[in-house]
Design a protein around this ligand. Structure first.
Ligand code: SF4
Ligand code: SF4
Length: 360
């Protein structure tokens, strides 16, 4: 039996700026949505579920992850119900529900707590790193090797719940699809953000900014989690493979992040009219991580691994990384990069299960 939660809409409203109580079900939003299809009829279907308090339906739907927030539905809604922003709020709501620690829920509702804690971790770890008198390169290696364990636990926790709500509960058990195309789609959508272009065919710059940020951010995570950059023990040249990786990832997040920030500040597109405070925390940390890693590399190339200036910059870089890994990566929109491609795969699994039932 479907569980009804009369307080559901009030709860979701805490995650974004929308007013779907104004919706009179005209269907314009679904008609204009370039990504709505026969099997993903959003956003109206989810608006209806929100009105009726159907919590399980909202938690088991991967639809918010197919939406790229072009804002076309919000722009054409005659009631200014902001269906596009409702989709973004649903994503934050799902993340909060799937997070087994409960911290995402606290942070989304009280972003200042997350900002203050991030700042405290940065200042605290910087003080420890500045006061450390041993081999700092070895300490940095140890810390960076602990990062993937921490991130891995967070990601597995989210994904288990995402799978449980999306597949196990609605389909009544563990279901997978082994078709190569369905598995390849996970990587195709993860790396290229392919559906973005379907959403806004003419806004190539938004797609490119998004792609730069996603690729740069993912690469930065790989560089730090695999401890690829060892600036205190190695002399890098500008064309060293590690220099190229660090250079690309740093510039990609700075350029992509700058472009996204300008759009959010100018607000000339529907998709950038509303920014949740966690969106800003994400963007600011993007800059800091890109800048501090690039500055570490440049100081190494220009001054050599024994430089005291490099030693200071590297300690700042590691303090930024520590705050970023502990509080920003698992609890902001960064985690989206895993949800989107899996939502595409889950859709295949659901369609396959539906086709089997129909032919049975
Ligand atoms: S366009 Fe607006 S009023 Fe019409 S169904 Fe969508 S949200 Fe409701
Ligand atoms: S924001 Fe764009 S992709 Fe998302 S539901 Fe609205 S029209 Fe569709």
């Amino acid at each position: 039996m479907m569980k009804v939660n009369p307080k559901l809409l009030g709860e979701i409203r805490k995650y974004g700026a929308f007013d779907i109580t104004a919706c009179f079900n005209c269907g314009n939003c679904t008609a204009v949505c370039p990504l709505a299809a026969e099997d993903i009829s959003f956003p109206r279907k989810l608006i209806r579920a929100g009105h009726l308090g159907m919590e399980d339906k909202l938690l088991s739907g991967s639809e918010p992850w197919h939406c790229y927030y072009c804002g076309e539905c919000s722009a054409t809604c005659p009631r200014e119900a902001m269906p596009g922003e409702y989709m973004m709020a649903l994503r934050r709501y799902q993340i909060a529900k799937y997070d087994f620690t409960g911290l995402s829920r606290i942070f989304y509702k009280n972003t200042w707590v997350q900002i203050l804690l991030t700042l405290a971790i940065f200042v605290g770890s910087l003080a420890v790193y500045l006061g450390y008198s041993g081999d700092f390169g070895a300490l940095a290696g140890l810390i960076e090797h602990l990062f993937p364990i921490y991130i891995g636990i967070a990601i597995v926790g989210y994904l288990v719940n995402f799978y449980r709500y999306n597949i196990v509960k609605p389909l009544g058990g563990i279901k997978l699809s082994w078709k190569p195309k369905h598995i390849l789609d996970i990587f195709l959508h993860g790396f290229t953000q392919k559906n973005f272009l379907g959403c806004e065919e003419r806004d190539l710059w938004r797609w490119l900014s998004h792609l730069l940020v996603m690729s740069g951010y993912t690469l930065t995570l790989v560089i730090s989690n695999l401890h690829l950059l060892e600036p205190l023990s190695r002399q890098y040249t500008p064309f060293d493979p590690v220099s190229i990786l660090v250079g690309y990832s740093g510039l990609a997040v700075i350029v992509g992040g700058l472009s996204m920030s300008i759009r959010r500040l100018v607000k000339n597109a529907q998709s950038s009219r509303f920014s949740h405070p966690t969106d800003w925390l994400f963007v600011i940390m993007l800059f800091l991580i890109g800048l501090s890693t690039l500055a570490t590399l440049v100081a190494n190339i220009a001054l050599g691994p024994g430089s005291s200036v490099l030693a200071l910059i590297y300690r700042i870089d590691l303090a930024v990384e520590t705050a970023w890994i502990i509080l920003v990566v698992p609890f902001t929109k960064w985690i989206h990069i895993f949800f989107r491609p899996l939502a595409v795969y889950f859709r295949h699994v659901k369609n396959e299960a539906a086709a089997k039932t129909a032919s049975a």
